[in-house]
Design a protein around this ligand. Structure first.
Ligand code: SPD
Length: 361
């Protein structure tokens, strides 16, 4: 007699539990979170995180523009987010749900203002630079100790790049950043939308194209670590991850990251909530959790990227906090340029040039 009643009750209980159970769908860069961040978030909030990764701003933008991405939190770079805000892809943040924003460093907040005035739609996640990672042994063997080891010549001087062809050069599949690096190397404005400037950058990159093994935005981590390539244009923390893995593997590959003397780009990856996010409340809970000092410190200590959380600095490994290639000093900062949002019109032209470069036409 009681059995069916209990069974009915059981079903009802299950239904209640799943109606109340919350989840949050997060779309973040690959290799960009500590091992235990998501487990800690779930334990603290009871919200189940569903985590998906990407390795290029263009991919995130395409998903957001298509609509119904299903994501609650996405992490584009500021120079993409800026124009995504303008076309209504994000919803305003409810700051009453983000008390941990008080931990953010006012100096960083001042810089990211240019992308999102008043942080109406976003908060910074991690930040870094895009420059050169190389295998010290392989590169010095080919270029000597006196080679241009602190210069973009490693990539952009055809005579130098040709000498590294056999050990392998990888370049990010990131048109905005690589063209900006080429423009900067040529002494031009890295954010220029001028057609002649773009043509000059394209000519420069095309001149070293024969020596580039591949264009990809995450494969270089493993390949640098294993000694399968010797030079990569990469993101700061990713090169440090490669260096760490190489040291752990003990195969004699020593990887170093350099911000070349000509300068490099500086960027901020920003957490934002898509306008059509299924669960904005859980999204706020996730963002607020990431803004806890100990969580931000955990992530920095694991992925070697600078975080914008002033209150976390006491918990960041001193070796990381004191490394000017991760937390740049004023002097290094002065040699960095911030990437700006491009107009959609320029983007089209840029992407055509990029396709020509990659296909070698
Ligand atoms: N593995 C994490 C990579 C994060 C890179 N952020 C991209 C910034 C684009 N300039």
């Amino acid at each position: 007699m009681h059995k069916p009643l209990l069974a009915t009750l059981g079903i009802a209980l299950l239904a209640t539990t799943s109606a109340n159970a919350q989840s949050v769908n997060i779309y973040n860069w690959s290799d960009y979170i500590a091992e235990d961040t998501l487990a800690k978030f779930e334990a603290e909030t009871g919200i189940t995180p569903v985590y998906d990764v990407f390795d290029s701003n263009e991919i995130v933008e395409a998903k957001l523009l298509a609509g119904n991405s299903g994501y609650d939190v996405v992490v584009p770079s500021g120079f993409f987010l800026e124009r995504q805000i303008q076309v209504g892809l994000f919803q305003p943040l409810d700051k009453s749900l983000l008390p941990n924003m008080e931990n953010l460093d006012p100096r960083i907040m001042e810089i990211v203002e240019t992308h999102d005035p008043g942080s109406e739609y976003s908060v910074p996640y991690m930040w870094g630079t895009t420059a050169l990672g190389y295998n010290v042994g392989m590169v010095t063997e080919r270029l000597g100790e006196n080679g241009p080891l602190e210069s973009w010549d490693l990539l952009f001087d055809p005579e130098i790049a040709a000498q590294l062809q056999d050990c392998g050069i990888a370049v990010l599949d990131a048109p905005v950043e690589i063209v900006a690096a080429a423009l900067n190397y040529l002494g031009l404005d890295p954010n220029s939308e001028n057609a002649d400037d773009l043509a000059a950058a394209e000519e420069l990159i095309a001149s070293v194209r024969p020596f580039v093994r591949y264009f990809h935005s995450s494969q270089y981590i493993t390949d640098l670590a294993n000694g399968d390539i010797c030079l990569a244009v990469g993101y700061s923390g990713d090169v440090f991850i490669a260096a760490d893995r190489a040291a752990e593997a003990g195969q004699g590959n020593e990887i170093t990251y350099v911000i070349p003397e000509e300068g490099a780009s500086l960027w901020f990856d920003m957490m934002a909530i898509p306008s059509d996010a299924p669960n904005p409340e859980a999204a706020h809970a996730y963002i607020n959790f990431i803004l806890k000092p100990e969580i931000a410190a955990d992530i920095t200590n694991y992925v070697w990227y600078a975080n914008p959380n002033a209150a976390s600095m006491d918990m960041v490994d001193p070796e990381i906090a004191g490394d000017p290639a991760i937390f740049p000093t004023e002097e290094v900062m002065a040699n960095l340029y911030a990437l700006k949002s491009h107009t959609p019109q320029f983007d089209q032209v840029l992407n055509r040039a990029w396709t020509r470069i990659k296909t070698g036409q």
